[in-house]
Design a protein around this ligand. Structure first.
Ligand code: AMP
Length: 189
C-alpha cells in the first residue's frame, strides 16, 4: 500500500481530504495535530507541554512529534497505507520519518501539496474556528503565527520531496469534491 504525505498551509483542507481518502481507500489517517489534541484532552505530560506551544502558533519540538509517529506506525501491517496529515513539518521531521519508514521497511510514495493563498487560509480558519472549538483557530494572532511558522519552517519541505521526485500538487481553491477528484488521480497514478 502507498504511504502519502498531505501537505499545505494550515487551513488548506488537509484534514478534510484525508478523511475522504480514508473512506475511499481505507488508509490509516495519521494527523499529528489530532494526536496532540488528544494528548491535551487526556492531560498527559506531552499534552501539558504542547498546549502553550500550539496556542502560540509555534511547532511542538521535533523529538516529541517524531516519537509519537514512531510509536503509532511501529509494526504496521504491509497492507496498511498511511495518510500523513500535518507531518512532517520540518526538515528534521522529514529525516526522522525516513528513518522510521526504513526501520519498518516502508517508503513514502509521494507528497501531495494543496495550494491555497494566505488570504483564503485566514478566512477558512476563522470560519472553522466557529465550529471546531479549537482555540488556535479563533485567535487572529495565533493564525498569523501559524502561517508564518509554515512559511519559515515547513514550506521548504516541498524542495526535500522535489529532490526525491515525489512532489505533486493540486489547486486548493474549488469545491471539496473537485479537489478530492484531483487528489484521487494522483493517488491512483
Ligand atoms: P494541525 O491540526 O495540523 O493544524 O496542528 C495544530 C498544531 O499542532 C500546530 O500549529 C502545531 O503547534 C502542532 N503540530 C501539529 N503537527 C505538528 C508537527 N508535525 N510538528 C510540530 N508541531 C505540530
Amino acid at each position: 500500500m502507498k504511504h502519502i504525505l498531505l501537505f499545505g498551509p494550515p487551513g488548506a483542507g488537509k484534514g478534510t481530504q484525508a478523511k475522504l481518502l480514508v473512506e475511499k481507500y481505507k488508509f490509516m489517517h495519521l494527523s499529528t495535530g489530532d494526536m496532540l489534541r488528544d494528548e491535551i484532552k487526556r492531560s498527559t505530560e506531552t499534552g501539558l507541554k504542547a498546549k502553550a506551544i500550539i496556542d502560540s502558533g509555534q511547532l511542538v519540538p521535533d523529538e516529541i512529534v517524531a516519537e509519537m509517529v514512531r510509536l503509532r506506525i511501529k509494526n504496521i501491517k504491509d497492507n496498511t497505507g498511511i495518510i500523513f496529515d500535518g507531518f512532517p513539518r520540518t526538515i528534521a521531521q522529514a529525516r526522522n520519518l525516513d528513518e522510521i519508514m526504513n526501520a519498518e521497511n516502508q517508503e513514502i510514495a509521494m507528497m501531495i501539496a494543496i495550494d491555497v493563498n494566505d488570504d483564503e487560509i485566514i478566512k477558512r480558519i476563522l470560519e472553522r474556528g466557529k465550529i471546531s472549538q479549537r482555540s488556535d483557530d479563533q485567535d487572529i494572532n495565533t493564525i498569523r503565527n501559524r502561517i508564518d511558522t509554515y512559511n519559515r519552517q515547513t514550506a521548504i519541505l516541498a524542495d526535500y520531496y522535489k529532490q526525491q521526485e515525489k512532489f505533486k500538487f493540486v489547486d486548493g481553491i474549488g469545491t471539496i469534491e473537485d479537489i478530492f477528484k484531483e487528489i484521487c488521480k494522483l493517488v491512483e497514478e
